[in-house]
Design a protein around this ligand. Structure first.
Ligand code: BTN
Length: 242
């Protein structure tokens, strides 16, 4: 695994994307940074991370053939690789809030942003961005966020995390090539707040109650509504309110 360590950068995802379009760079090349000036989150949000405290990494995954289900499978593989790494570090009460927020108890400790480019040969190049709150202690402005240190009351070695996560990703991608449905059950088992009534907001800012049933093979959230029907939502179509 090739590791490029940066001090400060706009976004490790953007840096790696630019690098991958210029050069023939290796699969699983990793870029880490101590600080991001324009860290990117899901849905155009910003990703905040205190300088020098947390894991900020992007990894290049290339050469898998495009298929809509595979795009979501990549997201499963990455979130499960992060979860497996955190389990090995004895982080308690881990779950995945759809589509791929990493949770401990009811707090977000990590986020994943995958940016895909479809090449002319039908293959996809993915820039997999992972932000994990490791040793940050102050979450004054982010009441729903936490870190490994806050949860476990001790410091963690953030330098080893890219190696641990990439090892799992490589292993899972290898197995997945022969059995693409491999990780769906594991993801479902870890799904945050499934099976319990909870409030949502739709595209038209209307609140409604629903119960998460699961996630479709292309990554849509399946929600049981009050009229007993099941609706499927894309990420931009629904917001979980809690
Ligand atoms: C989310 O909104 O939950 C996704 C957050 C993803 C943050 C990571 S940090 C490394 C990489 N570079 C970015 O600009 N974003 C991702």
């Amino acid at each position: 695994m090739k590791l490029i360590k940066l001090d400060a950068i706009d976004s490790t995802n953007d840096f790696l994307k630019a690098l991958s379009s210029q050069d023939e760079i290796d699969n699983f090349t990793v870029v880490t940074a101590e600080n991001q000036i324009k860290g990117k989150g899901q849905m155009g949000a910003k990703w905040f991370s205190e300088t020098g405290k947390n894991l900020i990494m992007s990894v290049l995954v290339k050469n898998f053939l495009f298929h809509t289900e595979k795009v979501f499978d990549m997201s499963l593989i990455v979130s499960l690789s992060v979860i497996q790494t955190l389990k090995e570090l004895d982080i308690p009460h881990l779950s995945i809030k759809w589509p791929n927020d990493i949770m401990s108890y009811n707090k977000k400790i990590g986020g994943i942003l995958i940016e895909n480019t479809l090449k002319s040969d039908g293959r996809i190049v993915s820039i997999v961005g992972i932000g994990l709150n490791v040793n940050q202690e102050n979450f004054e402005h982010l009441p729903n966020a936490s870190s490994l240190k806050v949860i476990c009351n001790k410091e963690f070695d953030k330098e080893s995390l890219p190696f641990l996560i990439i090892e799992k990703m490589k292993q899972k991608i290898g197995l997945w090539e022969n059995n693409s449905a491999l990780y769906r059950q594991e993801y479902f088992n870890l799904l945050f707040r499934k099976g319990v009534p909870m409030p949502f907001k739709n595209l038209h800012n209307k609140n409604f109650m629903g119960i998460i049933q699961g996630v479709s093979p292309i990554g849509k959230l399946q929600v049981l509504l009050e009229d007993d029907s099941i609706a499927e939502f894309e990420i931009k179509e629904i917001q979980m309110l809690y």
